[in-house]
Ligand binder design. Structure first.
Ligand code: GRE
Ligand code: ZN
Length: 320
């Protein structure tokens, strides 16, 4: 018998009631099974971690956090929210660590908030939730955030959020009544976040900040499966890229298993990235902890790779 590996999960969401009220325009709903869990940072969360064998959650706020707010509001609420998250971690430091939320509507303040969260609060990095007022994060305006992440030697987690409203209208709206998840985890989130990943590589941000490391969930939002085709087509004549898309992606990206407990997707991700770039995560409470730990415990892996994916790689990346 192998001893149970140390299990870290790093796309595990919670809701700050004040911040959520600001972006939802209503109080969170404690009757909803999802929002009840998002609001819980104590007994219910810990019980569901224990039942599934999860030792440590790296907590992150739910999308879109502060990214849709006016700049001054975002700056103020991001600081308050990160301070409250710090108190949550301090209450259970053996079980919780944290990714910061950033007030991306004010990029310079977002870089400073990242610095505060890492240097003063001991956070492990930050999570970016999709667009900021319709703009992707690879826009030059946001590069102070990447500069600071490199300087602090912490990763940035590229998390999905809702697609641009014009995309929802053109691509999803006519099926959304029957299939509301189409806009989200079924496809809309994936397309949005894969697009963000590709754009980051094309932006040249990794040439400017060669120590920058990006985490993406859901086993890479489809990119590992598409890597050969993206790489080949971007190197055809007429494309500016002097870089190999595949080389840059493999050098700078880490992928988590959040919400995608698929043996075939895992095999593809490991084949393209190497097992040292894959990190276990759940995406709780949108999906159950036990579904994730049971799946990875039974996946066709060497025990060395299984332990690395369950927690060893996270220990290294996040300096736990
Ligand atoms: C997720 O993180 O997977 C998620 C959200 C918001 C709605 C649905 C969902 O952040 O799956
Ligand atoms: Zn998530």
């Amino acid at each position: 018998m192998q001893s149970k590996p140390f299990v870290v999960a790093l796309e595990e969401h919670y809701l700050d009631a004040d911040l959520a009220t600001a972006f939802l325009g209503r109080q969170p709903d404690r009757q909803s099974e999802i929002e009840k869990r998002l609001l819980d940072v104590g007994a219910l969360r810990l019980r569901e971690m224990d039942e599934a064998g999860i030792d440590l959650q790296v907590l992150s706020h739910g999308a879109p956090a502060a990214q849709g707010l006016a700049p001054e509001t975002a700056v103020r609420l991001a600081r308050q929210t990160n301070d409250r998250l710090h108190a949550i971690v301090q209450a259970n430091p053996q079980r919780f660590a944290a990714f910061a939320i950033l007030p991306t509507p004010d990029p310079q303040a977002a870089a400073d908030e990242l610095d505060y969260a890492v240097s003063t609060l001991g956070f492990k990095g930050a999570m970016i939730h999709g667009l900021t007022h319709g703009v992707f994060i690879d826009d030059r305006r946001f590069w102070p955030i990447f500069e600071r992440a490199e300087a602090l030697d912490v990763p940035l987690y590229m998390h999905p959020s809702f697609p641009n409203p014009v995309v929802i209208d053109a691509y999803y709206k006519d099926y959304a009544d029957q299939y509301p998840e189409l806009i989200g985890p079924a496809l809309g989130f994936t397309v949005e976040t894969a697009t963000q990943g590709v754009r980051l590589v094309l932006s040249g941000v990794f040439q400017k900040y060669p120590g920058l490391r990006i985490v993406m969930g859901h086993l890479g939002e489809g990119i590992p499966f598409l890597l050969w085709r993206i790489n080949e087509s971007l190197s055809r004549p007429g494309n500016a890229a002097s870089l190999s898309f595949r080389d840059v992606f493999r050098k700078h990206f880490y992928l988590t298993t959040s919400g995608n407990f698929s043996d075939t997707a895992l095999a593809c991700a490991i084949a393209e990235m190497g097992a040292d770039r894959i990190l276990f995560s759940v995406d709780w409470p949108y999906i159950g902890n036990g579904l994730g730990t049971k799946w990875l415990s039974n996946a066709a892996l060497t025990e060395t790779d299984r332990a690395a994916i369950f927690g060893g790689n996270a220990k290294t990346l996040l300096k736990l």
